[in-house]
Design a protein around this ligand. Sequence first.
Ligand SMILES: NC(=O)c1ccc[n+]([C@@H]2O[C@H](COP(=O)([O-])OP(=O)(O)OC[C@H]3O[C@@H](n4cnc5c(N)ncnc54)[C@H](O)[C@@H]3O)[C@@H](O)[C@H]2O)c1
Ligand SMILES: [Zn+2]
Length: 461
Amino acid sequence: MGAGKSTLGRALAERLGRPFVSVDDVVEERAAASVADIFERRGESAFRELEEEAAIDLLARRRLSVVEIGGGGLTSAATRAALVESAFTIHLETTAAEAWGRVGESGRPLARDPDEFRLLFEERRALYERSDGSARDLDGAVLAAAGVHVCAGGLDHIGELVPGSGPVELVVDEHVDSFYGERARAALGRRLTAAHLVPAGERAKTAGEAKRLWSALRLGRDGTIVALGGGSTIDLAGFSAATYVRGVTWATAPTTLLAQVDAGIGGKTAIDLPEGKNLVGAFHWPARTIVDPDTLATLPASEIENGRAEVVKTGLLAGEPLWELELPDQVRRCAAFKAAVCLRDPFDRGERRQLNLGHTFAHALEAASGYSLSHGHAVALGLLGALRVSGLEDEARRVEEILRPLPATVDRDLAWEALDRDKKAEGRRPRLVLLEAAGKPRLGVEVEPKLVRSVLESLIA
Ligand SMILES: NC(=O)c1ccc[n+]([C@@H]2O[C@H](COP(=O)([O-])OP(=O)(O)OC[C@H]3O[C@@H](n4cnc5c(N)ncnc54)[C@H](O)[C@@H]3O)[C@@H](O)[C@H]2O)c1
Ligand SMILES: [Zn+2]
């Protein structure tokens, strides 16, 4: 009570594109009386009965929604069982003093005396702590719902943060292993039954490496794969988790900026084929993503630049200069943005495509360079391209100032062919993600091929 559930719950529902339902509202509607009236006339136990009935009915509907339930509701064992059965519960953290500040003297039945209020708060604390996740703000609630845990020093706690209690096998980038392998092993403790080193970076994303992992894994269905490394390791490990014994649980501790704000979130996994990148894969959401921004300390500057391009992309989509924040905050805000988009569209059927902003140009430039151009560099140019096609010259100049991408030295015709091939697969004319304004993406916009080509050429040296 007084944690700010109604306000945050409504905002969360809006961000996730789901309806918001309050158990109290349902009780009031059914009883045609206010909660305060029910307390007054019929007593607390009558209210608790109505509350239990309403909560169980709501949960039995199993509709994707955000449900607000008060701390008192958790005193019912039947409600708690229904929550375990059909909900992901988020405990909204607050202190007794903060909560009293919000509801003290508001006339609510259980908030009339500060001492009693504090006692009740302490009494119920144990119930709250059984929640599936906890949060202090809206981003925190989104992250909790997506299974993402952002915390400096989190690497030392992955043992507690990886869900379940079964055996764990670690899949780790061989280079990252030399920095963080020991800490991860120590933190996983006795749950760790094997560790598999995979080649550093993109070289891990091959069918050969997937096959090697399938043969080496010894996990049963109760086991968990934990991926430690950047997007490449995560993609390989996630794909292996999706396919091995028809799917095992997996978790990841991403160690690059790109993976902390992008690849470690949302459940897309893939390996490359000689015919192209990410051609074989699966949707398989990690049960936990443990983001420790401290691990970025050892990341080479070029890899930070790679991630920064996606951070700027996220800021443009969110309509906020997220790239200006200090790293830990930046990571948290960007991760929450991606998490919300992916929770709204987990299978990439609609609005998740906004995350491709700038990527049509980027993919064409990467392909034309024979993949010698880094993804970050290509995305930086791609964002310029998307902003120019969108007619947002000011934003384009801003991105140029922030990321300073040099024009790509690639063959113009090759780049155009790559873009054209990419887009022909989807329809006849190029369709791009554009921005109406910062924070207002437009998906699948048909654009004149001539305009696309001239903007593409403006990105080439
Ligand atoms: N699944 C998704 O949703 C998704 C999204 C974006 C990108 N990706 C994929 O991610 C891959 C790129 O991943 P990436 O950019 O994270 O890099 P990466 O995994 O390829 O690693 C890049 C390099 O950084 C090193 N490294 C990683 N963490 C380090 C650390 N903390 N300190 C020092 N060195 C470190 C690695 O050893 C490697 O040499 C691409 O294959 C891309 O397709 C996937
Ligand atoms: Zn990208």
